[in-house]
Structure formats: C-alpha cells, structure tokens
Design a protein around this ligand. Structure first.
Ligand SMILES: [Zn+2]
Length: 452
C-alpha cells in the first residue's frame, strides 16, 4: 500500500522575512513547536493556524505558551546543512522573476556575493550546466521574502521575493535575495530569538523544528545592520556581507584548498594510528588498492576513497586516517572499483568523506519533486529487501538501495550511489535483474534514475 502524506505544515519549512501575514503564521507555528506541540498536530489553513485540526491559535496566545527567550545572540544555523555532494547550486529564476529588473539584477549580485567568498559551493544563475542542486527563484506579493531550510543534504528548492521589492534599490534586492539564499543553505535569522531587534516588533522564532545552533566566532549580540541574516531589512541596505556574515559563511562552507593525496607517502606515517590527513583527489580512476574499508598503506588513497564511497570517481576531498597493521586484507568490488586481497602488511589506512555521505534510507525523495536533474549522493551500507517500481526509471518512493542493485549500479554488498531526480512517468515497467524483481505501476508523479 502506498499513500502520499498531505502537506499540512505550510508554515514550518518556510521562513518569512520582512513582514507579512505568512510571517505571523510562521511565528505562531514556531511558537507552538517550541511550546511542545507535535508538528503533525499543527495545521495552517485559510491563512490561520490550528492545533488539533480545529483550535485556532492567535499570535498572542502562541507567545504566551513560550518560556523566556534565550539569553545570547549570535549567528545561527539549522541542524541540517548542504552536503558535500553539492558543489554547484544553480538558481533558476522564473520568467516572471526575470521581468522585474531590480529583482533580476539583485539575483546576479547575490550570486556574486556567494562566489566572492571562495566557498566549497559555487553558485550560478540558471539555466546552467553542471548543477548539483537547484533553487527556483519565484515571485510573490508584498515586499518581503520567503525561503526554507536544507534537508537531505540539499538546499531548499525555492525562494519567493515580493514584487514590491522592485521599487527598492538593486542593493536592497541584492540584500533580500542573499538573505533568502542564506536560509536555503542553512542560516537562521541572527535575531531569531527576538525579531524585534531588526523588525521593531515580534518575538522568538524558537527552534522552528530545524534547530538554532550558534556559529563559533560570530558576535554575541544581534544589532540593526549587523547581519544580512537579520529578520527584517531597511531601505538603506547595501546588499553586502558584514564581517560576521563572512565568518559564519566561511565556517560552514570552507573552501577545499588542501594538498593532493598523491603528494603523501602514507607508509611514512606508520605507528601514528588515528592521525587524520585531509587531502584532495582530482580523480579516483586508476591505481592499485588492497583491502576493504581498511586498505594497505601503499594503496592508492584516491582509488580506495572511491571504493569506500567517500568520493565519486570524479574526485573530491577526503580524510585519510592512519590505522594499524592487519594480518590480512580482503578484496571486494564496490562503487565500480575492484580491490585485491593480501596477507599480513605492516600498516593500513581508512578513507572517509570530509562530511560523511548520508544513508539513502534517510532521504524522502518524494519531497524533492520538481527538482528534476538534481543529484543526491547517498550510501547503501547493506542492501535489504525493499519495494521498487519500474526499471531504470523508478518511482520516487521506491527503495533506492534495492533499485540500485536492480539497475546494476551496486551489488548487494552495498556502495554509494547517485540519485538523479526525474519527472513523473505515465507508466513504470517491472522486470527481474540482478536477482531483484521490481513491480509495474501506472502513472506516478515523480521518478529517479541511478548511477555511480
Ligand atoms: Zn529571513
């Protein structure tokens, strides 16, 4: 049996900025969650907030449910950030968005703001090639903006800019768009604990179900003009980062400037068990490797990293951890790489991603509908039975790891796969391949393909 859950919680993943009724509802929902109401008990309908499906809650009532606000104020991030599988975020404006000159120019300048910081993620105005994630820039009414927070290692898939903002300077548009993109990659409001600091009114947004984790090195007070991530903006905004914004960005998404793994001789680290060496791999396509998970210390670290699922064969940054001698090493095939077995060898290492790749089972790909072309790398530690519909194109509620075995991308011993989101299909055909039998299905609103 399959069912789709209704998207009841309109206000929880969207955060409002600038001031409109959506913002008020967002605060109410945030307050309710912080006060302990389960998220699935809160309903936003017809512009009002209800708990238990029928109890309308006013803003004042929701504020009264809260404890005293937190005492310190720094810059804050959500629990979830954009994963290392995302290296290039393309921001795709709608035709309506493009028709507003200042919104359109503000978008270009916002993209430049991010790219000037040399972060591990670059941004491009779409349509563009090589995107590993996409955000749609849309319009709404009013003069504020709205966005959501990352999930599943991806940025939030769209943001909304009020077309009233076109009457403001390009700099103000740059500011608001930079701010909304900030939310999409995991920034909370700098004054989330007391919106009145920048808005003149408003309370505590609370945890909002996404966390509010302070970012080390940012200042301990939120002030007007102190951050692009303040809740409300002024007509005098310059659109430029503040010093603490740059600290926060660099902390969360540092550049990947480390030495090549091939420049290291890991045999020379023998005995230094536990030492971690960050290094970069331009690719991981050719080189001898012995072992599985624990590799002999004369193995090619980048090829081992692909085998371990730390990076794709196109390369990336890894951490090599020095490990003790082993009495034997077992060769396997994973992620397109076959390693060799060997007997006793005097030193070994393990290889991990700088941010571990999340398990495929932690993703709900149905929630990424419409982000066609977006790619997510995720891991299948072991492949157990799961329901799958289709062949090569699978319904987006299919078990990814089982589908990956069916597709021949991995074996039942697991590995890391790349999921590419695809449009809904009018029919899905079941087949038997690689020991896995999939089912047929009729029209289904979203699908994906799989590759290494
Ligand atoms: Zn905001």
């Amino acid at each position: 049996m399959r069912k789709l859950s209704m998207a009841l919680l309109v206000g929880v993943t969207l955060v409002g900025c600038g001031g409109d009724p959506e913002v008020e509802n967002q605060e109410i929902v945030s307050n309710l969650i912080e006060a302990g109401f389960p998220a699935n008990d809160i309903l936003v309908a017809d512009g009002a907030v209800y708990v238990g499906r029928d109890a309308h809650v006013t803003l004042e009532a929701s504020r009264e449910m809260l404890q005293a606000p937190e005492a310190s104020a720094e810059q804050y991030r959500t629990t979830n950030l954009v994963g290392t599988g995302v290296t290039k975020i393309c921001i795709n404006p709608t035709a309506d968005f493009n028709s507003y000159t200042n919104l359109s120019q503000g978008l270009d300048q916002a993209i430049t703001n991010y790219n000037e910081r040399g972060l591990r993620i670059t941004f491009a105005r779409g349509p563009a090639s090589g995107c590993t994630a996409n955000i749609t820039a849309q319009t709404t009414t009013g003069t504020g903006g709205q966005a959501g927070f990352p999930s599943g290692g991806l940025p939030y898939g769209n943001f909304f800019i009020g077309t009233g903002l076109n009457a403001y300077s390009v700099d103000v548009n740059e500011h608001v768009i930079t701010h909304e993109v900030g939310h999409a990659i995991g920034f909370r409001h700098s004054d989330y604990y007391n919106r009145s600091i920048s808005c003149g009114a408003g309370g505590d947004e609370g945890d909002a179900g996404v966390g509010a984790i302070l970012i080390p090195g940012t200042p301990d007070t939120a002030v007007v003009g102190g951050s692009i991530m303040n809740s409300c903006f002024r007509a005098t905004e310059t659109g430029e980062w503040t010093a603490s914004d740059i600290t926060a960005l660099t902390y969360l998404y540092p550049s990947n400037a480390v030495a090549s793994c091939s420049s290291y001789n890991f045999l020379s680290y023998r005995g230094q068990t536990g030492t971690q060496i960050p290094c970069s791999c331009a690719s991981g396509s050719a080189g001898a490797v012995w072992g599985t998970d624990l590799y002999t210390d004369d193995s090619n670290a980048c090829v081992a990293a692909v085998h371990a699922g730390a990076i794709p064969s196109t390369g990336g940054n890894v951490i090599v951890t020095i490990q003790p001698a082993q009495s034997s090493y077992t060769g396997t095939t994973r992620n397109g790489v076959t390693t060799s077995s060997y007997g006793a060898w005097g030193g070994s290492f393990s290889v991990t991603s700088q941010t571990p790749v999340a398990a495929c089972s932690s993703y709900n790909f149905v929630s990424y509908r419409g982000q066609n072309g977006t790619q997510v790398r995720c891991s299948c530690p072991t492949v157990s039975a799961g329901a799958v519909w289709g062949t090569d194109l699978y319904t987006d509620d299919s078990n990814v790891c089982t589908a990956a075995v069916h597709a021949g991308v991995i074996t039942s011993s697991g590995g890391t796969v790349r999921v590419t989101l695809q449009p809904g299909q009018s029919a899905y055909t079941g087949t038997t391949r690689n020991g896995i039998t999939t089912s047929s299905y009729g029209a289904w609103g979203g699908s994906y393909t799989l590759s290494l």
